[in-house]
Design a binder for this molecule. Structure first.
Ligand code: PEP
Ligand code: MN
Length: 347
């Protein structure tokens, strides 16, 4: 829908916009109000180039889109009927719980192996653990491929599927070869379109491999977030789970600006399941349980919670933000109550 700055387009202006949209196979239908006329774009109005050209005209106030810019992730797309299964949980029918340390310590595999057993006992369905770490400081621990073996050993021992972050195509290949079930795209890479494309292509057709896509730190609009998922889907794998994890700038006292309240808005736009990461949103273990419960109240389909048997011995974010397995068990039990409450009150 084209809204001009003046009440009507002049005949020359109308000719110009008509010629532009015609290049993209669309037509213009004026809708005359008592005072103003607005101009509907009839046809597929999703072409960014067409919108950019119209927005660049000095006499145009703005373009309001009727169609959403995402074709596959849209709530109304054909894909909306399929339900994703991860870790034995059909998303939407039961609260999915992902837990484990921020980072797998390659020198002390015992911590991960113990944590894996403990998170399973606390009710987790999927084990998380960072093998390759995107660190702000290049002199801090960057991860180690050896940790992948430890993660897979923990998976074998517990029967839990695993999720780990991949930062490049090489990681994707190694993770898939090792048997990782869920690939995580981190907040720092959520705008890395080459990576999103590579992930979509590499896992095309491998139905069981899903992607946990974190919200980028600076993704101000929800469309940016959903379009990142659209990248992965459009290159061959629509099994994308959206993961709000807080944005920048941080709410004073928290690590990021907690954003679980976007869930209802996401669900209006897309069919994708939403798994919230409260650990990175708030960044401090004592604040994590409340954020987790709020996420479920807002409609989260799952939670991803950093957990470590001995948080102070963790080598990533764990000393600050990991829950102990006991705290995880309490949080999961409470979160399931909120889930049930929500389900029973909404019928
Ligand atoms: C993580 O999950 O440990 C992580 C690095 O997350 P994010 O990309 O959300 O910061
Ligand atoms: Mn972390």
């Amino acid at each position: 829908m084209i809204l001009p700055k003046s009440n009507h387009l002049s005949p020359e202006q109308l000719n110009e916009v008509t010629a532009i949209v015609a290049e993209f196979g669309c037509k213009i239908q004026p809708i005359e109000g008592a005072v103003r006329t607005i101009y509907a774009i009839v046809g597929d109005e999703r072409d960014e180039l067409m919108i950019n050209r119209l927005e660049g005209l000095a006499y145009i106030d703005r373009i309001d889109r009727i169609q959403s810019p995402f074709k596959l992730m849209d709530r109304r797309s054909d894909l909306a009927n399929g339900r994703l299964e991860v870790g034995g949980v059909t998303l939407g029918t039961e609260l999915l719980v992902i837990a484990g340390p921020c980072t797998v310590d390659p020198k002390n595999p015992g911590y991960l192996l113990e944590t894996a057993e403990a998170v399973k006992a606390a009710g987790a369905h999927v084990l998380r653990g960072g093998v390759w770490k995107p660190r702000t400081n290049p002199y801090t621990f960057q991860g180690d491929s050896k940790s992948l073996d430890i993660l897979m050993e923990a998976s074998r021992r517990t029967g839990l599927p695993v999720v780990t972050e991949v930062m490049d195509e090489g990681h994707v290949k190694l993770a898939l070869a090792a048997g990782v079930t869920l690939l995580q795209v981190g907040a720092r890479n959520a705008l890395n379109y080459s990576l999103l494309r590579a992930i979509g292509k590499t896992i095309a057709g491998k139905n069981k491999v899903a992607v946990l896509l974190k919200r980028g730190l600076h993704m101000g609009t929800l469309n940016e977030f959903i379009l990142a998922a659209e990248y992965i889907a459009s290159f061959g794998n629509p099994n994308v789970i959206l993961c709000p994890r807080g944005t920048a700038p941080a709410l004073d006292g928290y690590r990021n600006y907690p954003d679980e309240s976007i869930i209802p808005l996401l669900k209006e736009k897309t069919w994708a399941s939403v798994v919230v990461d409260p650990s990175h949103a708030v960044g401090k273990a004592s604040y994590v349980p409340a954020c987790a419960l709020a996420a479920v109240a807002y409609g989260a389909d799952g939670l991803s919670i950093e957990t470590h048997v001995s948080p102070s011995h963790g080598i990533g974010d764990d000393p600050k933000q990991a829950l102990t397995p006991d705290a995880l068990a309490r949080t999961v039990a409470e979160a399931r109550k909120v889930w049930e409450l929500r389900r029973s009150s909404r019928g």
